[in-house]
Design a protein around this ligand. Sequence first.
Ligand code: ATP
Ligand code: MG
Length: 457
Amino acid sequence: MIRKLLRKVFRRTAAAAHNEPATIPLEQHGIRRAQISPAAAKVCDVLQEGGHKAFVVGGAVRDLLIGHPPKDYDVATSATPEQVRALFRRSRIIGRRFKIVHVMSGRETIEVSTFRASHDAEAAETDEHGRVLHDNVFGSQAEDATRRDFTANALYYDPANETIVDYHHGVADIRQKTLRMIGDPRARYREDPVRMLRAVRLGAKLGLAIDPAARTPIREMAELLENVPAARLFDEMLKLLFSGYAVQCLRQLREEGLHHGLLPLLDVILEQPMGERFVWLSLANTDERVRADKPVSPGFLFATLLWHQVLAGWEKRKQAGEPSQPALFEAMDDVLDSQARKLAITRRIVGDIKEIWALQPRFDRRSSRFAPRLIEQPRFRAAWDFLRLRAESGEVPMELAQWWDDYAHAGHDERERLLAAAPRGEATGPKRRKRRRKPQAAQPDSADDQSLARLQD
Ligand code: ATP
Ligand code: MG
């Protein structure tokens, strides 16, 4: 009886603790208004002047506390999307399931979302705590905090007074380098299995250890990912691959048992004996580029991930007597037919992948007839980056990649010299009749130019 009573009282205190957040002053967290994007600060100011609550929330606050530069800024507010829209001239309401508002300020876009209630509250508390508008279930700030995934992601920074409102001890967890789930991890994974991938990605990217309570269930609940629509998984995988920490994320995913058969893309990455070196080099290269703020493209990365499957198919066809060029194109189509749908790779990305692959055999043709045309290709740079990775992985001689780099950067005379010195044999391409009378450099006259032109249409 007493125990029961105690439990009841304790539960009530715990609930109260949740509704009364800690307000953490600048001296304790150290994030000054000047450190956040001026656009995000401005958006909060305008909303607050309009009589609403408004905070910078989520990834940006977390990243600033850890010392990572934030990727972008989200603002959470008590204003409805329509109220937000009315306060900012350059803004638009987007989203079908949940309406959010994009506020444009200079070159930045700030994503503004209204405090939302969690799914549980949807049925029971909607009337009491917020109004329902289409699929939008508004809620209080406390509810908004509770529906977020990790304590580190549920921090609200107020630029006006430089405080952080912390409902779930997120600041303390970050200090202890822990990624802790809000609520019961099993229930939260059941609600949204993608949170398992987010745990691994954020843990690896931010150097936070996933709290054992959130880490342990992943292995046994991994198969829930099978029910997630392919397009959502693909988006999440892209975030992971372009996080700047892809190598660490993937190692962690393998450790958590999150790859086999669940994520088709991961099977491609982690289970290829032949191309393993190439794929990891490419991932490390992508990480380096992301961290140096250089552009990266999904097409390029997927081209590397699937290349060794193409190579195997190409080789098989050539051995069966097919001419090299059509054999390559058919091998490309085979691989893309079997992978693109499974991985939910979009059509545009498929186009980019094909262009990069299709240019590869042309690096073997170091002649005055072919070389100038190749370096004029719009995708030459990407194709050369790809060639360099092939060389670094030992698939083709490094000398070949170096030669093309030299050639592309050389002046006219130097190019002549390089061409004269280039190894002959296969490098001159298929045998042709002697010189034609008219130079045809501007026209796509060879079989591969035509195939490429088709791809570029
Ligand atoms: P990053 O942008 O660095 O990849 P992020 O945490 O900001 O990480 P976003 O996808 O931008 O990730 O999400 C913004 C915020 O929305 C998160 O910080 C979190 O509070 C909340 N959130 C995102 N996805 C989920 C989810 N699946 N479940 C619960 N809350 C989520
Ligand atoms: Mg974010």
